[in-house]
Design a protein around this ligand. Structure first.
Ligand SMILES: Cc1cc2nc3c(=O)[nH]c(=O)nc-3n(C[C@H](O)[C@H](O)[C@H](O)COP(=O)(O)O)c2cc1C
Length: 280
């Protein structure tokens, strides 16, 4: 997938020269995490035997709120079904997220209150707690943690992944397509496959640590100065991949102001309510 980078190179790729932490503790697991990059070009090679069981075991090893295990995963491998998932996640112009069809699998991570709901109702009890926003948050966090454990496991065996939040563009239609029960929805997808030989996946720099992480109290930093500094690393990353020039600030502002960016996700709350979630 990528040339072997050493510790300093990985930290530098993540933060740029100027803002990188001097040193961090190091082992193979931390190295794997710092080596993360989303992959968007996949080979046709089949996934290895036992990939499913391995990724599910990793996902189920994540912590889960009160051990309630309120998530599920649907691995869509059938090409015709994958094409439909892609269509529902392809955006306005129908061009986005083509890798859903290119890679052999997309894993759909589901926040799932349905099992616990049914187990409660079937004994004549009322699952009133499920009507509260916190239940929705619990199930969504559970699904996210499970998906990230699967991502880390997949990357550790050399597979490439990319999350697909665009699976929420048409959340209602996607839930119907994969026959989700009430009280569940797809939080996000995760495309999994072998990176193409010519994959240009690269480590994408992040904000300086002091912007996002604090000691004891949240302390607002000089955001402008830090973002200006980050723009240098961000620019170098985009330039390196031949991407059109755009600042991170422009990306942030576009995502904050453009309803076109939401691409249907404006309807998510209504869909969730229809599917039985409550937001008390
Ligand atoms: C919840 C979530 C949803 C995402 N949705 C998409 C998506 O729909 N399409 C896509 O190409 N990338 C998607 N991404 C990938 C992000 O763009 C990517 O993680 C980010 O740009 C940082 O790059 P990196 O993962 O290579 O470090 C998503 C990531 C997350 C965590």
């Amino acid at each position: 997938m990528s040339e072997d980078l050493n510790k300093v190179q990985l930290i530098t790729a993540r933060y740029g020269e100027k803002d990188r932490p001097e040193n961090i503790l190091w082992n193979s697991q931390i190295e794997g995490l710092l080596n993360h990059r989303s992959v968007r070009n996949f080979s046709q090679q089949a996934l290895p035997e036992y990939w499913f069981e391995t990724l599910v075991a990793a996902a189920q090893s994540a912590s889960t709120s009160s051990n309630l295990q309120q998530w599920s995963m649907v691995a869509v491998t059938d090409p015709a079904l994958r094409a439909q998932v892609r269509k529902l996640s392809a955006g306005d112009k129908g061009l986005a997220n083509g890798y859903i069809e290119e890679a052999p699998a997309i894993l759909l991570w589901v926040a799932d209150l349905s099992r616990n709901h049914d187990m409660t109702v079937s004994d004549g009890l009322t699952p009133g707690v499920h009507d509260y926003l916190d239940s929705f948050v619990m199930a969504t966090v559970d699904a996210a943690l499970a998906s990230q454990n699967a991502t880390v496991a997949a990357e550790s065996i050399g597979l490439g992944t990319v999350y697909i939040g665009a699976t929420r563009n048409k959340a209602k239609e996607l839930a119907e397509l994969i026959q989700l029960p009430a009280h569940s929805y797809v939080v996000c997808g995760l495309v999994v496959g072998w990176p193409a030989a010519d994959s240009d996946a690269a480590i994408r720099p992040r904000l300086p640590q002091s912007v996002v992480a604090h000691h004891n109290l949240y302390s607002a930093c000089d955001l402008d100065a830090h973002v200006r500094s980050y723009e240098e690393a961000f620019h170098a990353f985009r330039e390196g991949l031949g991407m059109k020039d755009k600042t991170w600030k422009q990306a942030v502002q576009g995502a904050a102001t453009s309803l076109a960016y939401m691409d249907g996700r404006q309807n998510l709350r209504a869909t969730l309510e229809e599917r039985g979630f409550g937001f008390k």
